[in-house]
Design a protein around this ligand. Structure first.
Ligand SMILES: O=C(O)C1=C[C@@H](OP(=O)(O)O)[C@@H](O)[C@H](O)C1
Ligand SMILES: C=C(OP(=O)(O)O)C(=O)O
Length: 441
């Protein structure tokens, strides 16, 4: 079972070259990470909830589809970005399509454990290599049965969670060094377990701490008691999940390539709706862009980034915001000095092995980009046009567009893969440049 788009027939997209400084305001849709957490919590809540400004994209729609299969009623309000969620008993004997969405394949097995029957999980071919064991083994140690296609305990998709209508809860050790989503997944459903969940991270490193903070904050917002006072340990107390009417922040990680464009092309890009306080790792973007030569200011809720076209190399640890790395890797390839991106070994388990993909594609354009144990070293060199492969990875495609602002003849494979989190990216990108798809021919 898979709904993976057919990539063999997708035409190449000619990335537009910037012909002058930018002066653009870009409205970015809702955060994927917030939308999919809020949907899960709304589906487990005590009454009808509403999400406003929710993301509608492949990942969000896969989450909506899966939660409907599991018994929730989710309807659109006046506009598609308003969603009304009515929880129902969690139902089993269903098949769930996770696509390539980490938030669906990791967040839903603990929800499925609450179902009254088997819940079968599968996804895109590329999803079948993404790490799953820590969350499945965590469920097993909480007494939940999980089976794979063969006799062995499953380590990847596809697998089946044998829901029994209840999860006991208790203490569980999880190695989340490959993905913070293993922690978030178990915490999100834990208010519905019978006893407190005490989750201890046992790995050497823990990426994406802001995303775990986001999970804790969204749980507290719906009245769930979470104790995160000890490093690497989280305790969730069982209790009711309140139904809420919430507004979703714009996706700050999806804003990153647009804001970075001001640095590459020169000029100014503004993003309205920039939150004063947020748990999104995209909060790091203004500071990172400043380190690379931009100026960034927030007035009211508008973030304004201005650049001269000159990009400075950096040495940065992106452990907390790995999903930003593709944007900053290609910025580094356009800089006037070498860069090092550290703390991102876990990107090897993202939509694709992003370290290998970035090194291969930047090298294909004539650049120099080498993998290290936990990141990339990028030495700028003159770049030339070529087909930039995207490996079903939305952030490879948006990063290719960023490079294309300065590299004539760059063609992006499967720009439609951006629909994972940002449908219509190509049109938004052209609009930022003051162009339309018709201008592109
Ligand atoms: O919980 C989330 O919403 C996410 C957590 C992060 O995953 P990793 O910790 O696997 O990097 C991030 O990269 C991903 O895009 C979204
Ligand atoms: C890693 C990402 O996605 P996912 O939620 O599928 O893990 C990402 O969006 O960069």
């Amino acid at each position: 079972m898979t709904t993976a788009p057919d990539r063999t027939t997708t035409p190449l997209w000619d990335a537009p070259v910037a012909d002058g400084p930018l002066d653009a305001t870009v409205e970015v849709p809702g955060s994927k990470s917030l939308t999919n957490r809020l949907l899960v919590l709304a589906a487990l809540a005590e009454g009808e909830g509403t999400l406003r400004g929710a993301l509608r994209s492949r990942d969000a729609d896969l989450m909506i589809g899966a939660l409907r299969s599991l018994g929730a009623t989710i309807t659109e309000g006046g506009e598609p970005s308003t969603l009304h969620v009515t929880p129902g008993p969690v139902t089993g004997d269903v098949d769930l399509d996770c696509g390539l969405a980490g938030t669906v394949m990791r967040f839903l097995p603990p929800v499925a454990a609450l179902a009254d029957g088997d819940v079968r999980f599968d996804g895109d071919p590329a999803a079948r290599v993404r790490p799953m064991l820590p969350v499945l083994a965590g469920l097993r140690s909480l007494g939940v049965r999980v089976v794979g296609d063969g006799p062995d305990f499953p380590t990847h998709l596809p697998f089946t969670v044998r829901g029994r209508g209840r999860v006991a809860g208790g203490a569980v050790d999880v190695d989340a060094s490959e993905s913070s989503q293993f922690v978030s997944a178990l915490l999100l459903a834990a208010a519905r377990f019978e006893r407190p969940l005490v989750l201890r991270h046992i790995g050497a490193t823990l990426p994406s701490l802001p995303h775990i903070a986001m999970t804790v904050a969204t749980l507290r917002d719906v009245g769930v008691e979470v104790d995160d006072s000890r490093d690497g340990i989280w305790q969730v107390t069982p209790g009711p999940i309140a139904a809420r009417d919430v507004r979703v922040e714009p996706d700050l990680s999806n804003a990153a390539p647009f804001l970075a464009a001001a640095l590459v092309a020169g000029g100014t890009v503004r993003v309205p709706g920039w939150p004063a306080q947020t748990t999104q790792p995209g909060a790091m973007v203004p500071d990172l862009l400043e380190q690379m030569g931009a100026t960034a200011t927030v007035e009211g809720d508008v973030l304004t980034v201005t650049g001269t076209g000159q990009v400075r190399g950096v040495d940065v640890d992106l452990h907390a915001g790995g999903e930003l790395a593709p944007t900053f890797a290609v910025l580094a390839a356009l800089a006037d000095s070498p860069s090092r991106l550290r703390g991102i070994a876990h990107l090897r388990g993202h939509e694709t092995d992003r370290l290998a993909a970035l090194a291969t594609e930047i090298t294909r354009l004539g650049g120099r980009c080498e993998e290290t144990r936990d990141g990339l070293v990028i030495t700028p060199r003159p770049l030339h046009g070529a087909v930039f492969r995207t490996y079903a990875d939305h952030r490879m495609a948006t990063s290719a567009a960023l490079l294309g602002l300065r590299v004539p003849g760059l063609q992006v494979e499967d720009v439609a893969t951006t629909a994972k989190t940002l449908p219509g990216f190509d049109t938004m990108w052209l609009r930022m440049l003051g162009r339309t798809p018709e201008d592109q021919g």
